[in-house]
Design a binder for this molecule. Structure first.
Ligand SMILES: O=C(O)CCC(=O)C(=O)O
Length: 276
């Protein structure tokens, strides 16, 4: 990745907008046919109050145990070499991602197969979903890093013949200040867009229609469902509060992986040669 010449503050201010705020539904039982019809147009839907208090607490405890007690074979990603992290606080401030835990952590596995979540995806897909990725995305206070604008299906492990869906679940309150999700409504209709290795594997900054940025703040236990081609990203967390989220990806059970050649044609500049 090319090192960024710009500070986190500059990137947060230039590449993200904060004043278009999406208001989430209250509870998943509030979902009606009209919301699913709107999902087709906008590429997302969100609701607060999907996880209950106990599910939120158990999820946070499970992540703390994986980070501090026993990773049980799950994968941990830090912003610094792990051997330099000497205290629990240093680990808390450096952890970015915990993934591949559903087969070893029952409390989180239950969330991945949560009835409300799976039922909603089933209605979107019109068929049975299959879980293809599980992770926790952690933005510590005072500098938890940016996830630049991207489409999830541009990551090869999520590129299937049918659209994937991302399910992003807030465990702490996710706000404009601590790095809640930013989306470009309707951008999934652009289809596959080339990605480039800039600060991450991402859309070219200049091609993101930032004026259409909508933020999706969520309460703990709130969930954002979004189409695998939707442009989205999160700015750095420069606030004092940490932001922890779970993110699961699913595809329709009948979907198959696309070939490496097709993946390249869809998500790289191999054909167009266009530079970022
Ligand atoms: O939670 C975040 O900060 C970003 C998550 C995301 O967009 C992703 O991992 O695809």
């Amino acid at each position: 990745m090319r090192p960024s010449q710009e500070s986190q503050e500059t990137i947060n201010a230039k590449l993200y907008k904060y004043d278009n705020v999406h208001v989430s539904l209250n509870g998943i039982q509030a979902l009606q046919d009209e919301h699913f019809a709107r999902y087709k147009q906008s590429g997302f839907l969100s609701a607060n109050g999907v996880l209950n208090e106990s599910e939120i607490e158990q999820s946070k405890e499970a992540l703390t145990d994986l980070l501090h007690v026993d990773r049980k074979g799950a994968k941990l990603q830090f912003s610094k070499p792990e051997k330099e992290l000497r205290t629990p606080r240093e680990r808390d401030l450096a952890i970015r991602k915990i993934h591949e835990f559903v087969s070893v952590e029952e409390r989180l596995r239950r969330i991945a197969y949560h009835q409300g979540v799976i039922g909603t995806i089933r209605r979107i897909f019109g068929e049975e979903p299959k879980l293809i990725q599980d992770m926790a995305l952690l933005k510590p206070p005072h500098g938890g890093g940016e996830k630049p604008w991207h489409q999830d299906m541009a990551y090869g492990n999520l590129t299937y013949t049918k659209a994937a869906i991302g399910v992003w679940i807030a465990l702490d309150e996710a706000t404009a200040d601590n790095g809640c999700m930013h989306i470009i409504p309707g951008s999934h209709q652009e289809g596959a867009t080339p990605h480039y290795a800039v600060r991450d594997w991402q859309l070219c900054d200049a091609q993101v229609p930032v004026s259409r940025d909508v933020i999706v703040p969520l309460k703990p236990g709130g969930v954002l469902f979004f189409h695998g081609m939707l442009y989205h990203g999160t700015p750095s967390n420069l606030s004092e509060s940490r932001r922890r989220a779970l993110q699961f990806h699913y595809v329709p059970a009948s979907a198959e992986k696309v070939s490496p050649q097709e993946y390249k044609r869809m998500f790289t500049n191999e054909l167009s040669g266009a530079e970022c």
